[in-house]
Design a protein around this ligand. Structure first.
Ligand SMILES: Cc1ncc(COP(=O)(O)O)c(C=O)c1O
Length: 424
């Protein structure tokens, strides 16, 4: 479809044609000792820092210095409603309605808070389905939920696995699990984009299969947010959670995001943990009020949130708002397709891409499986400041991020890969 070519001229020309090329300038890109930019392919782990972030943080530091506690109302961006300034942009990025989204806490914490509401096991319907290669934190979280409710994790945890000799998940295998054990399953908690393989699952289909068996359906969007366009509202899933430090470039350990579908927004009967921040904001400061839960995703907040972290998220979301997910996704498909084309053109048996080749079934990440799980390749790339990550047991994950990676980044990365592979 793109008629990719192997030479450097092609990469240079594509960068010239790229309407988003100007955005790279808006990020700090680490440099080697000769002043050359690193080739940074780990936006799926920690995104680069936008140059505007400092000013957004400085604004809040200045307002803290100048207004102290009065900053809650007097700051240029008053802190009391600060999280609301993030909601519309965040909702657009994940395809949700504003009432369905809030920025708060971190990802694993949010998964637990959501499971308090959406994992309500009974003696006979208590099992949880996750992918066999789910991110460890998600696995530990669901295991601990099972134990917390008095269930055995061996019986309670169902792993949706790839078939023998395959790497990717098949939706028909999830259907088989649900056909066989659906009456005993309370919750599906699935990574929308799998962190290891980069596979983007059909979350709408997962929701309809799960709901047909009376299960709740939650999605971990850590590797999807800012990468693919998940249309959370239309997918009809019950809940989702994500972090913002990967593709959303909000800085190490920054706050996460949470989605609760509108169909649950006004259900005051849902069990949940509470604090003063999910109490009705009109009467929050009257104190001594009986608890009155807020509607929508805000009704899962507990505490007043860290403004400095939210300021960094705001800087990044403002950039996303300018670019728009349609333009980002369009470039992303072309850039990752180019990366795949160049790797395949190496025709080298010691590496294999395990990420789906269909662009609709992946985001920007390609997972390269290395024969004999040889970590040397990853080490040699890192030594020359080509930053990828190694994931046990045998994969190098590389994510050309459309906001700041170029066709030339990809070209030079694969040239180096070729050189290293030929040395061996
Ligand atoms: C898929 C997935 N789940 C959970 C986590 C844990 O996130 P946190 O440390 O913010 O809870 C990560 C972090 O990278 C992740 O990628």
């Amino acid at each position: 479809m793109y008629n990719y070519k192997t030479g450097l001229e092609y990469a240079i020309h594509q960068d010239q044609l790229d309407e988003l090329s100007g955005y790279r300038e808006q990020f700090y890109i680490p440099k080697d000792k000769n002043g050359n930019d690193w080739l940074y392919f780990t936006g799926n782990s920690l995104g680069l820092q936008p140059k505007t972030t400092q000013a957004y943080l400085q604004q809040e530091l200045d307002d803290w210095a100048n207004f102290a506690v009065e900053g809650h109302f007097e700051a240029k961006n008053p802190w009391m409603p600060y999280h609301e300034f993030l909601t519309d942009s965040m909702a657009k990025i994940v395809g949700a309605k504003p009432i369905e989204v809030v920025i708060m806490n971190t990802l694993t914490t949010n998964l637990h808070l959501l499971m308090v509401s959406f994992y309500q096991p009974t003696k006979t319907k208590y099992k949880i389905v996750i992918e066999s290669d789910a991110f460890p934190s998600d696995k530990y979280a669901v295991e601990s939920q099972l134990k917390f409710h008095g269930f055995n994790t061996y019986e309670g945890l169902i792993l949706w696995k790839p078939r023998e000799g395959e790497e990717l998940l098949r939706i028909e295998d999830l259907k088989n699990i649900l056909d066989e054990q659906g009456d005993e399953i309370a919750l599906l908690l699935i990574g929308g984009v799998n962190y290891y393989t980069g596979q983007y699952l059909d979350i709408k289909k997962i929701a309809s299969l799960g709901h047909a068996k009376g299960c709740m359906v939650g999605i971990d969007l850590a590797h999807g947010v800012g990468n693919i366009q998940p249309d959370l509202h239309d997918s009809d899933i019950d809940f989702a959670a994500w972090c913002t430090y990967k593709y959303l470039n909000s800085g190490p350990g920054s706050l996460g995001g949470l989605f609760v579908h509108e169909k649950h927004a006004y259900n005051k009967e849902l069990k949940r943990f509470s604090g003063w921040w999910n109490h009705n904001k009109e009467t929050r400061f009257n104190m001594r009020q009986p608890f009155d839960v807020m509607p929508g995703a805000e009704g899962w907040q507990l505490s007043n949130p860290p403004i400095l972290s939210m300021a960094a998220i705001r800087a990044s979301l403002d950039l996303f708002n300018q670019v728009g997910m349609n333009a980002l996704r369009k470039k992303s498909k072309k850039l990752t397709g180019y990366f795949e084309f160049l790797i395949n053109a190496l025709n080298n048996d010691s590496i294999k891409i395990i990420t789906p080749s269909n662009p609709e079934e992946r985001g920007c990440q390609l997972s390269i499986q290395v024969q004999n799980a040889d970590k040397g390749l990853h080490k040699k790339l890192t030594e020359v400041h080509i930053i990828t990550d190694w994931r046990e047991p045998d994969v190098i994950r590389c994510a050309p991020v459309p906001l700041y990676n170029t066709f030339q980044d990809v070209y030079y990365m694969v040239e180096k890969l070729k050189e290293i592979l030929n040395e061996e």
